[in-house]
Design a protein around this ligand. Structure first.
Ligand code: SF4
Length: 437
């Protein structure tokens, strides 16, 4: 058991994703309660009081983001659920979309009511086929029962929902970039300010929230902010969905109460490491998790992980973050040079090319690491990687350029001896292994 639950508090069966099953476990009661007894601002206040932080990566307080919109300002407002879960190692929102889509829909109705939104969107990654089918079927069920459209539950509140499928670009998971994708322009990340709550979709105030963040709102409104705050820690209330992959016996999606012991999670709940290997390192929250904490951020080494708890404050203090909730477990014997090569290839491929440091820098780093892995590395390559990585820091529009640099410096800081060995001997210290053998 990984502590108390907010989202995974029911047994998944063949039909537990349907409207009937959702209603049977109390679904849409929060919506009825809000429409009958709460003003829109009361719903926002409940979310503020819950202290829930965004579950997509930045951990920004969701309620504060909502407070950036005045529901009575007479302008159109938009709400977007960001379901473009493209961060490597992250597949936890997929669980909500497949197994509890009505929790997301009810929560989006509550958010739309709170924010004065008439048209809401789910931006779902194109690769998510079954999650899209499940979500689409849930939207149809909800419309058939009068939960979307005009005069919802006889309250006079009206809201329509559109499901928009992305086309496979990682950068569209960046909140400002997906606006362009929906608008039909090139999906380039946008400079801030202005914040999206000032000028977002179609130039109107817009809230973009991660799927898990939004899906928790129905629970918060149904049970109250105080009940939510009783779960987790004082500074990190609630739970996190964590998708675990890599060299682990029981990979999958887990809901973990914030503050839970990391060692217990890995060694007991997730069954320990494959092949009875020792833990070498953990990438805690998707390969870009380092971006959130700046240049000191790092991949966590085995010793650090054993003493940590899963919450924002402890991870921040350790120079890392829970990021997007995609935990990648790395066993002893893994070649970190090859692992960094894969990460840098990914960033280079996914750079949108808008900023020179990111467009050129990811390409340079990719070429240097390729040269090292090909056995043609030069002693100065390590300094070159550091130099290019640091040049990206803070000079780009979105976090992709930073993240690529932080991935390189984190690996070099923690495993420099492996890079030196590879360059000197022209082969990997660990045979280039990425699998557990
Ligand atoms: Fe595009 Fe990279 Fe600049 Fe982000 S940092 S806007 S991905 S070029």
């Amino acid at each position: 058991m990984t502590g108390r639950k907010v989202l995974m508090d029911f047994e998944v069966t063949a039909d537990s994703h349907t409207l009937a099953a959702y209603r049977a476990r109390g679904g849409y009661r929060a919506l009825a309660k809000a429409l009958q007894t709460m003003r829109p601002r009361d719903v926002t206040q409940e979310v503020v009081d819950s202290g829930i932080q965004g579950r997509g990566g930045a951990a920004f307080p969701a309620g504060r983001k909502w407070q950036g919109i005045d529901p009575d300002d007479g302008q159109p407002h938009y709400l977007i659920a960001n379901a473009d879960e493209g961060e490597p190692g992250t597949f936890k929102d997929r669980w909500v979309l497949e197994f509890d889509p009505h929790a997301l829909l009810e929560s989006m109705l509550l958010a739309s009511y709170a924010l004065g939104v008439r048209h809401a969107f789910v931006y779902i990654r194109g690769e998510y086929d079954r999650p899209w089918r499940r979500l689409d079927a849930a939207v149809e069920e909800a419309y058939a029962e009068g939960l979307f459209g005009e005069n919802i539950l006889g309250s006079g509140f009206a809201c329509d929902l559109f499901v928009f499928r992305g086309a496979g670009a990682y950068v569209c998971g960046e909140a400002s970039s997906l606006l362009g994708s929906i608008e039909g322009t090139r999906a380039y990340p946008r400079n801030r300010p202005p914040r999206m709550t000032v000028r977002g979709l179609y130039q109107a105030p817009t809230v973009v929230n991660n799927v898990e963040t939004l899906a928790s709102v129905a629970w918060i409104v149904r049970n109250g902010a105080r009940a939510f705050r009783e779960i987790g820690t004082e500074k990190s209330p609630g739970t996190r969905l964590i998708s675990v992959s890599g060299h682990i016996r029981k990979p999958g999606v887990y809901e973990v109460e914030l503050g839970y012991s990391w060692a217990k999670f890995l060694h007991e709940d997730c069954g320990g490491l494959l092949c009875n290997k020792a833990l070498k390192a953990v990438i805690p929250g998707g390969i870009s998790s380092a971006v959130l904490t700046g240049k000191d951020a790092k991949v966590l080494t085995a010793g650090e992980v054993e003493d940590l708890t899963l919450d924002h404050e402890k991870l921040r203090a350790a120079g890392s973050s829970l990021g997007s909730g995609g935990m990648i477990v790395i066993a002893e014997g893994t070649c970190m040079v090859r692992l960094l090569q894969i990460m840098l290839r990914f960033y280079h491929h996914e750079s949108c090319g808008q900023c020179t440091p990111c467009r050129e820098g990811t390409g340079w780093m990719h070429r240097v690491i390729d040269r090292i892995v090909a056995g043609q590395g030069r002693p100065e390559d390590i300094d070159t990687l550091y130099h290019v990585a640091r040049f990206n820091d803070g000079t780009t529009i979105c976090g992709l350029g930073d993240a690529a640099g932080y991935a390189a410096t984190a690996m070099l800081d923690n495993f420099r001896d492996e890079f030196e060995y590879f360059i000197e001997h022209r082969h990997s210290k660990f045979g280039g292994n990425l699998e557990c053998r």
